[in-house]
Design a protein around this ligand. Structure first.
Ligand code: PEP
Ligand code: MN
Length: 339
């Protein structure tokens, strides 16, 4: 439920309303505007009588929110959420490129790729240390050692680390990680989401292989319900009947999510396509559709990569792509400014 209130939170009438609601065991998210204040009510509001709320003189309007996600809902929080990762902002007009290999393979590999992608314009680095692989016989990642190498690369480049948590039992290794990635396969691991709700690190939540937009938002809601509002959503392609690409990039998820939520949305064109030649068109399309960032797999020698070489860009291709991404961004901003 959303209550639009006349005046400021410090006004007597508004304070009385707040106390009245909170006495009913309902939490209130307060958003203060210049002339109006918005109360977003979280909890079981079914027993709340709209007419009783309207009887408070401070109340201008009351609306029930139909969607099952509340904290992630744009109706509860009109302004875009901006997530600050080590000084690099994502969302609310701020755009970032996260780049790096699918997996951390060695200290030298992650450090050299991090330096190269930073020079090309990426501000955050990715690299999997704990890898979710379809085959138990495939390379599973360097695990804790991989995290140590990411930390080395951060020391050299200053780039914040984005890496995937596959199991809560590994959480102790993530103390120095800047953004914890919840992979597609764990999007509905509700015990993991609840636990991540208790930490205050940004969470990069990837859409599940066969999950709807509403399910993605409900997973974000799990994290937020625990008290962690730093959620970045990631569209990374979904499984469809199409076989030409590894997944099908749901480009419409970007504008749909922009309407439904205030959380930032980034796009992963690498896992969406599975083919390096398709990464560029999908990345540019995502920028044009309004994405707040991109996460792109880059390898110094894709043909020798231990994981996802076929979809990884080499350094020169990433450099070219980064230049084009910034041009499309400029173009989009000029359209916005012209309106
Ligand atoms: C990854 O980013 O390395 C990864 C495994 O992605 P996803 O969970 O989207 O498949
Ligand atoms: Mn990968």
């Amino acid at each position: 439920m959303v209550i639009i209130v006349k005046g400021s939170i410090h006004d007597r009438g508004v304070e009385d309303l707040l106390k009245w609601i909170e006495a009913k065991n309902i939490k209130v998210m307060v958003q203060e505007g210049v002339q109006k204040t918005i109360f977003g009510l979280i909890g079981d509001t079914t027993a709340l009588d709209i007419d009783a709320i309207k009887s408070f003189s401070a109340v201008e309007d009351v609306k029930r929110i139909q969607e099952p996600y509340k904290k992630a809902n744009r109706k509860m929080h009109m302004k875009d959420t901006v997530i600050n990762v080590g000084g690099y902002k994502i969302g609310g007009g701020n755009f970032q490129i996260i780049a790096g290999p699918c997996s951390v393979e060695s200290k030298e590999q992650i450090c050299s790729i991090a330096k190269a992608v930073k020079k090309a314009g990426a501000n955050l680095m990715r690299g999997g240390a704990f890898k979710p692989r379809t085959s138990p016989y495939a390379f599973q990642g360097l695990k804790a050692e991989g995290i140590e190498y990411l930390k080395e690369a951060k020391k050299i480049t200053g780039m914040p680390i984005v890496t995937e948590l596959m199991s809560l039992s590994d959480l102790d290794c993530f103390n120095d990680v800047d953004v914890i990635q919840v992979g597609a396969r764990n999007m509905q691991n509700f015990s993991m989401l609840k636990e991540l709700g208790k930490c205050n690190k940004p969470i990069l939540l990837k859409r599940g292989l066969a999950n709807t937009i509403e399910e993605l938002l409900m997973s974000a809601e799990y994290i937020m319900a625990g008290g962690n509002d730093n959620v970045i959503l990631c569209e990374r392609g979904i499984r469809t009947f199409e076989q030409a690409t590894r997944n099908t990039l749901d480009i419409s998820a970007i504008p749909v999510l922009k309407e439904k939520t205030h959380l930032p949305i980034i796009v992963d064109p690498s896992h969406a396509s599975g083919i390096s030649s398709l990464v560029e068109p999908l990345a540019l399309a995502a920028v044009a559709a309004g994405a707040d960032g991109l996460i792109i797999e880059v390898h110094n020698n894709p043909s020798c990569a231990l994981c996802d070489g076929a979809q990884s860009l080499d350094i020169p291709s990433f450099e070219k792509l980064a230049g084009k991404i910034f041009k499309v961004r400029e173009c989009m901003l000029s359209f916005k400014n012209a309106l």
